[in-house]
Structures are given as C-alpha cells and as structure tokens.
Ligand binder design. Sequence first.
Ligand code: PGA
Length: 255
Amino acid sequence: MASPPIIAGNWKMNLLLESSTKLISDLKKGGISNSRARVVIIPPATLLSSIAYQIKDTGVFLGAQNCHEELAGAFTGEVSADMLASAGCNYVILGHSERRMLFGETNDRIKAKMSSAIKCGLTPIVCVGESLQQRESGEAMDAVRKQLEECLVDEVNKNNCIIAYEPIWAVGTGQTAEPDDIEEIHRHIRNALKAKNPNSDGIPILYGGSVKPENASKILVLPEVGGALVGGASLNPKDFLAIINAASGKSEKKI
Ligand code: PGA
C-alpha cells in the first residue's frame, strides 16, 4: 500500500497558550482526526507539552522546529533531541532556510543534529532548497544536491528521514514553484538520495513554500511529492484543513 501523504504545519515563532488551544480545537472540530493524510503539528518549543496533551488520541503527530546536536550539557537556551522525544515529539525539522540564513546553521551541524535526532527516535524533516539567485543562474540542482550530500547521514532511509524541498524564494512570499519545476527537482532529489544510499527508496519528499488551499491540489498530485510542509497557512484552521483535505482527496467540512 502506498504510504499516506504527510502534511506538516510549521507554526514557526507564532501562537501562545490560548491561541494555540483555540487552533487545535478548531482543527479537531473540522475533522483533523479523520484524514487519510499523516498530519504533523510543529509548534514552538514552549507549546510542545500542551499540544502533545491536546492531540493525544487524535492520530495527529507532534514535531519540533529544531534541536541541538548534543543530548545534554552547558548549552544555554538549547533543546536536545531526547528532550523533544520526551515531550511527545515524533518529528523534528532540521535545516530550515530561516535557521540556515538567520542563525548560521551549516550542513555539518545539520548532519550532526540528524544523527542525534535519529538516535532519540525522532524522524528528521530535513529542509533543502535553492536561493533566488541560484535558481536564476541555473544552479538550483547543484545547490540542492550539495545540501543533500552534506546534511544527510550515510544510512539515510525511509524509516529515518523525510526531505522537504523548500525553494527559499517561495517561503513566506506567496510565490510557489511551477509544477513542472517541482516535479523536475523532486526527481533530482530522488536520484541524489539513491546516490547517497541505494536503499533509500520511499523516503517521502515534501514540497514547502507558500502552500495554500488554492495551490495545494495541483502540487500534491505530482508523482514525487509525498506531502507538504506548510507555514503561514497552518495557522489558519480553515486553510490548513483544506490543504489536509486536498491531500486526502476529500472535500472540506464546515467548522
Ligand atoms: P510558508 O512557509 O508556507 O509560509 O511559505 C513554509 C515553511 O517555512 O516551512
């Protein structure tokens, strides 16, 4: 049986206790539990325990936005992968373009974080994607291949990794890549994964970058697209449910 599409909602640095409780309650009312898609909610670290409690028994999974590569120690302000696992997380985003650009995250560190996440039983969602300048100068494929080569552990496989292809120029901008381009680069990613580890078949490759209800169906239907990493639209229950429904091939339920 084909694996279910994955729809992950990256809340970034948004929402407080009350607003997040309201969002989860709206998502539950809208039928988030009945989806064929595997839904992952990725709140900021302060909300992990609260959301873990609210989504237990719903079939929805929990993820974090980052982790430190060490498991414990004098790293003020950081959170380790086993802390995330003990807070109820199954997934962790690594190498998001905002972390690469704003916090100087390197491929080497992302790889170390990936090892640590896998050791703690988390599935890393490793983000790759080219800048506008790389796209315009025809370097998108090479840029993404280099990220995959340098960020992924050698034993990468479908049980320990999800890739999210997020062109940087599409994140939070309202611009999305064209379906033909998405298809081409997802195929390229599939080949690069195979070159890294011949036993890497079936690793889900998500698309991310301004996924909205209006464009979700035509992106999610593409052959190598295993789901979506959704930022802005995951903060709006109606929009997020519409994207989940597009992934499950269902029509919307009123909330
Ligand atoms: P966006 O963000 O959907 O708001 O473009 C995607 C992401 O950053 O993962």
